[in-house]
Design a protein around this ligand. Structure first.
Ligand code: AHR
Length: 553
């Protein structure tokens, strides 16, 4: 049996009570009128939703960087200093707050010094993922040309208005090189030799990088450490890192899915030297991929995977069940963290999440770990982002894996071809939650009943999240039912409604997806709400993600 670790190792309130409704034009099949309720509790704030929950991840892996992000300055593909222009424009639209780079597993094999200085003098290196590459993949996926390095990544972030999150190499570079990377990025103009090298490349001003990952998956590809060993390394790597007036937020390599022992072992060792050591940790990185669609038949990393495009109804629900696990992981790890961090100063950073299917649906043959997201992945992503929104006091950042040409990608690109996936559409819809006050919201709906290997199974009927932005309420709702519309009364205790807009992402085919040739198969539809009728209800289309944007008085 192969596990993920082995796979990678082998690879190397107010005016009363308002009921809102209207009959959605997107409805396909009525499940029975008015069978559900959503109650938004304006008087029960949960905390501010960090924009960084809507973060991204770009690893130097397959077609993510080379072809996805970086096309080169001389390319015919429209670009800004070598960076794909259409990608920048789309990422600006979704207010992309933060981008993690260069890995992933790649990070713990990367020497940042290879990616600075004149482009023509940069070395070519064997990529961490080289052994996964096939003959169909281009040479620059297997042998890293280092044309995209720290300067180019920072420029990419600046073009979008995102914050950089750099993951440092703990497995194969000494701590001194971590300090020097920080020195290169953050020391003032003219102060140090690395600052002079940065200026020589055209970047006199410090980059001001705040977020630093201290390794990646240190239990596996990032060093194969025990939790205790890694804690010792974490203390050593984060001791005396130069600040230059720039506060640094260190993100520790955290657990894979429900590995409570990693969280416990790491923090136990960290505080062995005293509880003050907790102050050096800003976030603990949790990774969770929904990959096992075998319905309990196997735990094998290869055998357990499903297909991105060819799936049955039961596979749709199975993926959503896997996605729903995120909430228990957040709550579980938070509980363990509280055993050592009584004040909960350390937050969770879910810096890799998304579905992971078997190979075969690549938009560009030869791109490893690339898959084509469908409506199923859009619903999964809405469900996951709603989960983060419901835990603003726990989750400080999250990074979808990965931005382009990879797993749960927002975009697919190859040469001059580009499309926004259904996942990208969800990010565009949910950007409205960023920085809002999360509100406790109660969803009551009949469960979805379906057959799972000859046995009756069920899944929740409606779920979502709500956030308040001054007098604007954003309510996002997932209807997981593959064929039934769910009509719900929406109660907003303590406010009157002035106006509203509904945006819905759905399709009559649960397999629907966008391609380079058909870019709009899955795209959101927006309509103004008719609020004249007073006591109303909203019909949530089957297999949909809906955003209601409501102006309150
Ligand atoms: O996102 C792909 C890989 O998944 C990352 O490199 C690694 O951190 C994880 O195992």
């Amino acid at each position: 049996m192969i596990g993920r670790r082995e796979f990678i190792r082998n690879s190397v309130a107010g005016a009363g009570y308002v009921w809102l409704s209207r009959v959605a034009p997107f409805a396909a099949t009525a499940a029975g009128a008015d069978d559900s309720r959503i109650e938004v509790l304006l008087a029960e704030p949960l905390g501010i939703i960090s924009p960084n929950i809507y973060g991204h991840f770009t690893e130097n892996l397959g077609g993510v960087i080379y072809d996805g992000v970086w096309v080169g300055e001389k390319s015919k593909v429209p670009n800004v200093n070598g960076i794909r222009k259409e990608l920048v424009e789309e990422m600006r639209k979704i207010k992309a707050p933060v981008i993690r780079y260069p890995g992933g597993c790649f990070a713990d094999s990367y020497d940042w010094r290879d990616g600075i200085g004149p482009a023509e003098k940069r070395p070519r290196r064997t990529n961490f993922w080289a052994q996964e590459e096939t003959a169909a993949g281009p040479a620059n996926h297997k042998y890293d040309p280092n044309q995209f390095g720290t300067n180019e990544f920072i420029q990419f972030c600046k073009l979008i208005g995102s914050q950089p999150y750099l993951a440092a190499n703990v497995r194969s570079l000494p701590a001194a090189e971590f300090y020097r990377w920080v020195e290169y990025c953050n020391s003032p103009a003219g102060s140090t030799t690395p600052a002079d090298r940065r200026a020589a490349a055209g970047y006199a001003d410090p980059f001001g990088v705040r977020f630093w990952g201290v390794g990646n998956e240190s239990w596996g590809c990032g060093g194969n450490f025990t939790a205790q060993e890694y804690a010792v390394e974490f203390r050593r790597y984060t001791a005396w890192v130069p600040r230059y007036g720039q506060p640094l937020s260190f993100i520790a390599s955290g657990p894979n899915d429900d590995k409570w022992d990693w969280t416990r072992g790491f923090l136990e060792e960290i505080v062995r030297k005293g509880p003050g050591e907790l102050r050096s940790i800003w976030g603990l990185a949790l990774h969770y991929y929904a990959w096992n669609l075998s319905r309990g038949r196997t735990r094998d990393w290869v055998e357990g995977k499903g297909d991105a495009l060819k799936f049955e109804t039961v596979d749709w629900y199975e993926l959503l069940r896997q996605g729903d696990v995120m909430e228990s992981l957040i709550n579980g790890h938070w509980q363990v963290m509280g055993e050592f961090d009584l004040e909960h100063s350390v937050k969770l950073v879910v810096d890799e999440w998304g579905p992971w299917y078997r190979p075969g649906s690549e938009a560009t043959p030869g791109d490893i770990l690339e898959q084509t997201p469908t409506l199923r992945d859009a619903v999964f992503s809405g469900l996951t982002l709603d989960t983060f929104n419901r835990h603003p006091e726990k989750v400080a950042m999250a990074n979808c894996a990965q931005l382009i040409n990879c797993l749960n990608s927002l975009y697919l690109a190859h040469e001059d071809k580009f499309c926004v996936t259904p996942v990208g559409q969800v990010f565009a819809m949910y950007a409205a939650h960023q920085g809002g006050q999360a509100l406790r919201t109660i969803f009551s709906a009949p469960a979805v009943n379906y057959e799972r290997d000859g046995k009756a199974a069920s899944f929740w009927g409606l779920s979502g999240s709500a956030s308040l932005h001054d007098k604007e309420l954003v309510l996002t709702v997932v209807n997981p039912h593959v064929s039934a519309t769910r009509e719900a009364k929406i109660g907003i205790r303590g406010a009157s409604l002035k106006s509203g807009i509904a945006t819905t992402l759905t399709n009559s085919d649960i397999h629907a997806h966008n391609t380079f040739d058909q870019r709009e198969v899955v795209s959101p539809k927006t309509k103004a709400l008719d609020l004249q009728r007073g006591d109303l209800a909203y019909s949530f289309a089957p297999a949909s993600v809906t955003k209601l944007t409501l102006s309150l008085e």
